[in-house]
Each structure stands twice: as structure tokens, then as C-alpha cells.
Design a protein around this ligand. Sequence first.
Ligand code: NAD
Length: 470
Amino acid sequence: MTTWMRETVLIDGIWQQRKQISTVYDPATEEVVGSAAVATVDDVDAAVRAARAAGIEWGRTDATTRADLLDAIHAQLLADRAQLVAATVAEVGAPVTVAEEAHVDLAIEIIASFARISREEPLHSVIGNSTILRRPAGVIGAITPWNYPLYQLAAKVGAALAAGCTAVVKPAELTPLSTYLFCDAMLAAGLPAGVVNLVPGPGSLVGSAIVEHPGVDVVSFTGSTPVGRQVARVAGEQLKRACLELGGKSASVVLDDADLEAAVTGSVDAAMLNSGQTCSAWTRLIVPRSRYAEAVDIAASHADTLIVGDPRDRATQLGPVISGRQRASIVEAVEDALHRGARLAAGGTATIAERGHFLRPTVLADVDRGDPIAREEIFGPVLVVLPHDGDEDAIAAANDSEYGLAGAVWSADRERSLAVAGRMDTGQVDINGAAFNPLAPFGGWKKSGLGRELGLVGIEEFTEITSVQL
Ligand code: NAD
């Protein structure tokens, strides 16, 4: 088995050896698959200084120069694709087909999208006698979670480069390996020294040092709502911007004219993707009451067909969850719900492998809308099926959440589905399983976050405006 033993931080274009190392485990085998340096607070300071210094020149580059670098990074990532996939399988436990499509290829596509936007869409605009300049905001502190490490990194670093910003990157401790490979690719593609710096380590030390550093102009954080709140508090104290991509409990709303089989199986697949560790997962399936029993049956039978197992086997659809701790928290949430009267339609909490943090895809029925299992983010392969009494009630149920990150509507009627989608208080709505669009803004309402990533809007988040009147 390939391992990735890294012991360095990247500061000002130079890999620097560090004594303190953290170990990375494969969630499927529980074996060591690699290591990462543990950066210090001094490293964060040096990285921020390097990013500030590099920003003087990089911030003055034109859009073509930025697009050229993004194109070169894109080409290098394509060349390194096999390694990126292998590292993602090893550290996240994502099945190889999911690692290819949803992790690596999506990240590569996002870099390509930022290159294209840089070439085609000017950041500046004209309003009457004003030229609205969108200038680089400065140093971006990019803090990423473990569930889609490469996607998050590409969304933050790609937008930073396109905006003319520089960055200090901190990956999650559980999944730093693919971030190292991504940095290797950027350097091989000609990334100027200091434009992106890498300081792995614990959030409580390295993450908070990035957020607190006065030399960081914008914090771009993806992770849990409690940590996001803390990041916002510190950033607010310094009046620096914090872009926050946080949790979700998104609703998939099935209207009474929808193709029930397609809607339910599509929703189960989306809920279980990446073992349910997807911030935008549709974890509440809201179906017409008259077809509730049928919908639960379809969901349960479909969940039962999903193949859970070795992520390196191309037939596998669900790998393990990320850690023993994460598994225990999912098990506790499901068992508590069952004690409160939820019905287990599929899956459950039984141990299914001697090694690895595996769980069966679980479908719960007969749950009250107010029950914690229908309200709290579980971040595991758990779907709750709820009934609705018509479109108004379905919209009310979908919006009855502290979160608002994503969602779905299923209907045979285009206008009707658009009308329902337009009243869901959430950042993204997919109609009848429409494809993810990396050019469209992504982010959350309510406790799902602040600001948006991806596309032109994602680049604009990393700019400051100067209006010049002539
Ligand atoms: P987490 O909040 O514990 O950690 C996220 C990142 O923040 C990690 O790199 C961590 O080291 C760092 N961190 C932790 N404490 C910090 C602090 N005090 N200051 C600065 N940084 C700190 O989240 P996680 O467990 O890694 O990820 C799972 C959570 O992330 C889930 O709740 C999920 O919904 C959410 N998430 C959201 C999105 C999105 O786009 N909205 C995407 C992925 C994950």
C-alpha cells in the first residue's frame, strides 16, 4: 500500500522540515497511510508574512497571468490525478469511483472554471461615471474540513488566485495528504514563492492562529457550525471578513406529480454519497403523505442494495466514515432516535466489519419533524423520511430548519417545481436531480454560513471594491 510520509510545511515556496508530526490513518483499514507536519504559531506568522510579501506582486498581475497559472495548475493536477485519487481513497475512505468523480475531478474542474472566468469575465464594471474596481482583498486564510479536502481547497485557492490574493492553507488533521499533493502540483505548475503557503496542524492551535493573525485579511472557513461561530467572533473583533461554509440538514421535496421511484432513489443516493459526509446532503426526504409507505419502502430497498465495503474495490458505493469518533456519534444519534420511537426501515448501527469505521446506509421513518434526528446534522449515512400535505406544507417542512445549504424538488411540472424551489430558504436547489454546476454560487442561509464560494461570486468574495468617478 502506498503511504505518504510528509514532514514539512510550505512557507515562501520552500518545504521546511518540522520535528512534530501527526499520523494519518486509513479509515477502512485503520492502518497508517501517511503523516503530516504539525506547524507552530511561528510558522503561521512566517506563512502570513510570506503571503503578504508575495501579494505585492501577485496582486498586480492581470487576469491573463492569473488564468495562465490556473491553467498550468489544472494541467498538472490532471497529470497527477491517479496519485490524488489514491491519497483521497486512503485518507477519506471514499470509494475509488467517488474519489475520482466527486473529489478529484470536481476539484480539477473547479480550477478550470476559475481559469475560464479569469479570462472571460472582467472583475471591474462601469456604472454611470463610476468604474467599480474589484481589487484583491489580500491574504486569505483557508481552513478546510476532512470530508472533501480537495474540493474545498480548490474552491478557496482557485478563487484566491483568480482574485489576485495570496493564501495560507490549513487542511483538517485527519486528511492533509491530498493537500500536500495539490501543493506539489501548484509548485510544479510555476506557483510563485509565497503565493500559497501550507501549515498543517490542529484547528485549536494552527487554525485559530490563522484566524487571529492581523495579517490575514479574509478567513475562508469550511467546517462545523460551532467552530464557524467561533471563527466569526474572532474575525468580527478585528473587522475582517469571514466566509463560512458550515453544516446542513437539507430537504429533498417530492411533489405529488413526481416520478416517485426516481425521486426517492435519487435522494437516497445523494444522502449516502461519501457515506453521508457531505455538507449539502439531502438528509430529509419529504414525500406526499398519501405515498409515504410506498416512498419508505423504495428508500429502504434502494439503501439495502448499496454496496458497503473496501473503498479500493470499484464496485463499492459506500466506504467507511472518517473515524471511530464520527462513527460513534452517528450510532448514538440513530440509537437515540430509535429509542424515541423512530422506525428502522433500512440499515442500523450493527458492526459490519472487523476493521474500519463502516456503517450500513440507514433509513428512518415515522419521525416527528421536531425530533432531533430530523433537525440536527448527523454527517453520516442516515436519511429521515417525512410526510407532507401538499406544496405549502412541503415548503414549510423544508424551511423548518436552522440550516439552509442545499435542497431538491422533484416534480413533473417545471413551473411548479421552480415556484417551490424559489421559496426554499436555502443556497442551492436541484430540480429532478439536475447536475452540480461549479460556476454557480455555493453557500448557505441561516446557520449554514455566510458568503458564497465558486464561480464569479466566489472570486468577488476575495476582493475589495474601489469606486472611481470620472
Ligand atoms: P471542524 O469545524 O471541526 O473543522 C474544520 C476545520 O477547522 C479543520 O481544519 C479544523 O482543524 C479547523 N478548526 C477547528 N477548530 C478551529 C478553530 N478554533 N479555529 C480555526 N480553525 C479550527 O469540522 P470537521 O469536523 O472537520 O468537518 C465536518 C463539519 O464541516 C460538518 O459539520 C459539515 O457539515 C461541515 N462542512 C461544511 C461544508 C460546507 O461547504 N458548508 C463542507 C464540508 C463540511
